[in-house]
Design a binder for this molecule. Structure first.
Ligand code: FAD
Length: 310
């Protein structure tokens, strides 16, 4: 069995595996896709001490770093089930989609998350070419330009407030008849001079010139009329979905499906830790995921040295 098994090969999983291996304990990492969301990212400008890098480059660097250590790397492996140890000190089991099973004394879950997409024509084509999902990441790319934020929940309204300080104009588009964000955020948003709020509107298409976004079309749900808006950026803020469907029933998840962790990255099951975008830890960012992954590994080590094997 492993001492530490990591599920997930994004920034959280990579950090967890490296920190664990540096303790000289038997470490494995199983990932559907080594690199994670980083692979889908273009420019990264907020990984502290690296002023600029690109997703695929960072993913390769993480993999190289993992391979510096004696870590059993199982890429292209999807976990389908977690069977927690029956008694404290026993072995946890991860059953893979291919039927194989991995046993481990401690576990770090880092399966990440995915942004919910609008699913309209042009969205996929112009991803990273004007269609963005992360205002903290890509906001500065739209300095002085016109953008739309899709979604009037807390994350959409926060994004609109954030972007309004950087861009020329923000149009916030909400499907419902009213915004769903907290009242204080709505008040703040309404006080900003360069924000237009449109409710009862459904985005139906992303427009572009082949190279980048040029605008969008939304349908007014009251009149059924379509409107075309010229702009350079679209931030989609309709939810971040944790990749935790397979954990339902074996571990405590929040209402949103996030793995509930405490300040030491401990989950509801002793010996099972979690890190990164899949957890209740706020702010989904690379630097935060890496920090949380390191923390989870140190907590796992702490757990192991106190463990009386069952
Ligand atoms: P992920 O990166 O999502 O990795 C999850 C890992 O788990 C993957 O290896 C995946 O294959 C694996 N996995 C999932 N389910 C299973 C399973 N059942 N079995 C096995 N493996 C599984 N953040 C920044 O800080 N700066 C940026 O500039 C930035 N830009 C971004 C741009 C885009 C387009 C996107 C989508 C995100 C961006 N982010 C950025 C956010 C950042 O990518 C995430 O916060 C970070 O990748 C989260 O790391 P993670 O390890 O928790 O999860």
């Amino acid at each position: 069995p492993f001492d530490v098994l990591v599920v997930g090969g994004g920034p959280a999983g990579a950090a967890g595996a490296i920190y664990a291996a540096r303790k000289g304990i038997r470490t494995g990492i199983a990932a559907e896709r080594l690199g994670g969301q980083v692979l889908d990212t273009m420019g990264i400008e907020n990984l502290i001490s690296v002023p600029y890098t690109e997703g695929p480059k960072l993913a390769t660097a993480m993999e190289t770093h993992i391979k510096e250590y004696d870590i059993d790397v199982m890429n292209l492996q999807t976990a389908a089930k977690l069977v927690p140890a029956k008694e404290e000190g026993g072995l946890h089991e991860i059953v893979l989609e291919n039927g194989a099973s991995l046993k481990t004394r401690s576990l770090i879950l880092a399966p990440g998350a995915r942004w919910r997409q609008m699913g309209v024509p042009g969205e996929e084509e112009y991803r990273n070419k004007g269609v963005a999902y992360c205002p903290h990441c890509d906001g500065p790319l739209f300095k002085g330009k016109r953008v739309a934020v899709i979604g009037g929940g807390n994350s959409g309204v926060e994004a609109a407030i954030d972007l309004a300080g950087l861009v020329a104009h923000v149009m916030l588009i909400e499907f419902d008849t009213q915004l769903r964000a907290d009242a204080v955020l709505q008040n703040k948003l309404r006080s900003l001079p360069n924000v237009t709020i449109i409710t009862s509107a459904m985005t139906t298409e992303v427009l572009g010139d082949g190279a980048k976004v040029k605008g969008l079309i939304y349908k007014d749900r009251n009149t059924e009329e379509s409107h075309e808006v010229a702009l350079e950026g679209i931030f989609v803020q309709i939810g971040l979905v944790p990749n935790t469907e397979w954990l339902r029933g074996s571990i405590e998840l929040s209402e949103r499906g996030e793995i509930v962790t405490d300040m030491r990255a401990q989950t509801s099951v002793p010996g099972v830790f979690a890190a990164g975008d899949a957890t209740t830890t706020p702010y989904k960012q690379i630097v935060i995921s890496m920090g949380e992954g390191a923390k989870a590994a140190l907590s796992a080590f702490d757990y192991l040295i106190r463990l009386v094997p069952a």
